[in-house]
Design a protein around this ligand. Sequence first.
Ligand SMILES: [Zn+2]
Length: 654
Amino acid sequence: MTLPDPTTRLTRRHFLAGSTATAAALFASRYSLASRYSFVQDRVADAAAESARGVHEQVAWLAEPFPLSDVRLLPGLFHDQQEINRAYLHTLDNDSLLWSFRKTAGLPTPGTPYGGWEAPDCELRGHFNGGHYLSAVALTYASTGDEPLRGKGNALVAELAKCQAANANGYLSAYPEDFFDRLRREQPVWAPFYTLHKILAGHLDMYIYCGNQQALANAEGLANWIDHWAEGISDAQMARILKTEYGGTMEGLLNLYAVTGKRRYLELSYRFEQEQFFGPLAAHRDELKGLHANTHVPKVIGAARRYELSGDDRYRQIAEYFWGEVVNERAYATGGTSNFEGWRTDPGQLGGELSLDSEECCVGYNMMKLSRHIFGWTTDPRVMDYYERILLNTRLGTQDSQGLKMYYLPLAAGYWKYFNSPTHSFWCCTGTGAEEFAKLADTIYFHDANSVYVNLFIASELNWKQKGITLRQETTFPEEQGTRLTIHSANPKEFALQLRIPYWVTQGGTVKINGEALPVFARPSSYLTLKRTWHEGDRVELSLPMQLHSSPLPGDRTLQAAMYGPVVLAARMGSVGLTHDMQYDTTSKDIHPSGDPKPAPAPVLAESEVSAVIAPTGAALTFTTTSASERHELIPLYKISGERYAVYFKTQGA
Ligand SMILES: [Zn+2]
């Protein structure tokens, strides 16, 4: 499905009677376009890119995120996750991160190389060490102000610059250039441009979030090398080359163009546009069956950036159609998508697609990136409904207490969570996970000229500098069914609070200002607008009652996940026989538990709706099945740790 146009959306925003007589109102102003903001990578503005503002972006977003440095997480569930990730980033050693880059450049190699996908014989080496790691450091600095970590990132960039200088032609990679010769000769090679994109993006992030000019120079040198490499390759041959995974190369080059204004990078980005993939999407045909999921989501993020930088609506069509197909036809209850890394079925047919290899974490990361663009264009609350779903159920809970990350989130009953080793895995999902938990604050709030969108219920403080306002959000959500906001402003300020009312608030909720309940609320999946003159210390309390509900697997209604509000519940199946080595990659490169991991049958219920036979136990977010057959305790999937679990129950279906 596609998203409706703004006119249609307007009719979906429905306020209960009495809204105009109160402080609540009104949405007319939010559909006038905000002033033409310009953005940098991933739409998170930063002072370092101030000079590039207002030049290249052709599409104004209806609402845009705040600079990451203006939002701080407050103690709580998400802050804990950020800190765990930050601590892990500090544990990595620059000499080890640099080892293969130096080797490739013919420089001395102090220290020891890391293993797994960063081992000196792995064809993807460098993707984390000189790419994801820099992005994660940059995002963490923007999120926390961690100066020692920025210093570590800056030192890494400086050493990478020496490697690039030693290579003498702009090339910067942890493997030799002959990988690209193999690509040009159409000989087997893993994914050279996928890796180069990570390095490009990592350096851009160090420039954007940390103000590192040398990082921008490194990125430009690398892009110039790509430009030179692609010279003389015909479009027909390039189309064949693009069948090898190349990640977000198109997006990275577009972001480099947006930051520098150099059309060379814009022109080069077209070489990485894969018409074979975009064509059907532009024509609203779902031909995703048979494709590798994480290869393709970054291409669509590239289409989103092409739309923003060109204004060509075709690319918006590609992005929105793709998003709708994945979210509505190909996603599990968790919001995640893919099985054995691919889309293997027709739309809406996920029967038989629950496995040890269900939903790769990277795909969740990339779907969230894409969602932010689409929300910015539309402010469609359904996009944030999806974002919340995937954040709580696919990202939260895939990092352990040591900062180690998961690859797949198994959805067949009886499996368990499996994490990378600290220094001998470095999977793709180790990298995207390190970025994810470094930017948990980036979507909580968006704004337009005169309103702030409260998209996510996460304890945090927003400093809206343009308005001179601080907005403090305190909540233990999702353990708490709602949130509290306090406005701090030296002077009275008129603006609108746009409070997200999620899809799962089906029985109504309440909103209070300074303790007084308003006689208004809003429909599920909408924004409730509170527009008034706010004063220092004004308090808003939003109550969002949660209900149990069932989420059937697309294509097989007899398989159902139980949800409580936004949270996917998992049945606890015990830890008998599970050893440490079955839960952690202790060898190298192994993305699965070793041996012969055995699933267990899905719990069977005699009823047709899983939510009808589950009841709270009294403990927070803890439930039990109530049918006469076998009892199961259920807790949020994100809390499952060190035990087997089941997300989907086998029911009689509707
Ligand atoms: Zn991955």
